[in-house]
Design a protein around this ligand. Structure first.
Ligand SMILES: [Zn+2]
Length: 383
């Protein structure tokens, strides 16, 4: 019982030594019972106020807390002094306490107002400095990226053909079987359809499909336009291939068509030679191998001398000295029948290039998927 009675007494002692704010106590409690003692107590409080005013005026948040602590109506120090010192003071000391309190209150109000103005001025200056733009500073550099290798190759191909009078047309990727097959002399059950495993659009009326080549635009252009026709058709085409290192279900093609009254096989060969030299280098030679496409007659596979070894044989050309470029030929007269051209009067040639394959061959890319994975480490190699 004795121990239990001691504990609160020790706690009160500790509390007293930690709480040294005299304004929470009466003048009698702090033993200020003469006018001199009261003046000296006010001087101490004022000194504490001045010190804290300097420390807390550098930060707006601290400053708000400081103002409330000293001038807050409910429990600010000024209110505490009024309640604890002035009100309970004996009549003979009340006058001194009142005088001192009024002086101190005026001092507090003046200092708070001055510091408040200074804080606002600083805040304004800081805001101005923040908004000011220094045009002499270096800017933030953002990498713009590069054109994709396929886009670069397209641009190069289009430049080569634009230089000899070909214009560019684009067409739909969803086609009708008529434009994709029949009008190109590939009737139903023709074996050539087997070579182009086709995506058909489910539920589409008239059996729409994803074009397997850009050749439908030959027909669409000739339907609308009388010769001379000189066009190239860049675009995506789709075949139901299983994706592997050299195949995807989508690839990029560029189709070419030239029809006029006097276009011969020599024009065809001349154009092929010009293209090979422009694309692979001035020493490039070409050769034609017989081939078969329903929409050209005669048809040919165009080979070029290897751009790496120049024809002596290397890894790229599998030691043959030649690389396969694309398929081409003179437009089959049967095709003219579908577009109302007179096959006795007009002739022309057409070609279809795989852009992905040309890009891979020229730039030494070994796998198709690399082109479409959007891996920056790969793309960066073709600035
Ligand atoms: Zn070679």
């Amino acid at each position: 019982m004795v121990g239990a009675g001691l504990r609160p007494a020790r706690a009160v002692e500790l509390h007293l030594t930690m709480t040294i704010d005299p304004t929470t106590q009466t003048l009698a409690q702090i033993q200020a019972t003469t006018a001199d003692a009261i003046v000296s107590r006010f001087a101490e409080v004022r000194h504490r106020f001045d010190e804290q005013a300097v420390v807390h005026s550098t930060d707006p948040e601290n400053w708000r807390i400081f103002v409330v602590k000293w001038a807050g109506r409910k429990s600010g120090v000024l209110t505490l002094i009024t309640d604890n010192w002035l009100k309970p003071a004996s009549p003979e000391l009340k006058r001194v306490v009142g005088q001192e309190l009024n002086q101190f209150k005026a001092h507090v109000e003046r200092v708070l107002a001055e510091r408040q103005r200074a804080i606002e001025a600083t805040a304004e200056k800081t805001a101005l400095a923040r908004d000011k733009v220094d045009l002499s500073l270096p800017g933030i550099e953002r990498a713009i990226g590069t054109r994709h290798l396929i886009r670069q190759t397209y641009d190069e191909l289009l430049r080569i053909f634009a230089a000899i009078g070909f214009s560019v047309v684009a067409g739909p990727e969803i086609e009708t079987p008529y434009y994709n097959f029949e009008a190109l002399n590939i009737p139903e059950h023709h074996p050539a359809r087997d070579n182009m495993d086709t995506f058909y659009i489910a539920g589409a009326r008239g059996g729409h499909l994803l074009r397997t080549h850009t050749s439908p635009m030959q027909i669409r252009t000739m339907e609308k336009q009388k010769p001379p026709v000189r066009i190239v058709v860049p675009g995506k085409v789709y075949r139901r291939d299983n994706p592997d290192a050299t195949h995807g279900y989508m690839f990029h093609q560029i189709e070419g068509l030239a029809v006029d009254t006097d276009i011969t096989f020599c024009d065809f060969k001349g154009t092929v030679d010009y293209f090979a030299r422009e694309f692979l280098g001035p020493r490039t030679k070409t050769r034609l191998r017989p081939s078969y496409f329903p929409f050209t007659e005669p048809s040919a596979e165009v080979d070029a001398t290897c751009h790496v070894c120049g024809g002596t044989g290397c890894r790229v050309c599998k030691q043959s000295g030649w690389i396969e470029l694309f398929g081409a030929g003179m437009v089959n007269p049967a095709v003219y029948g579908f577009v109302g051209y007179d096959p006795e009067k007009y002739s022309g040639f057409a070609f279809g290039m795989g852009v992905d394959r040309l890009a891979m061959m020229k730039y030494g890319v070994t796998e198709v998927p690399l082109l479409f994975q959007n891996d920056v480490r790969f793309l960066k190699q073709f600035p």
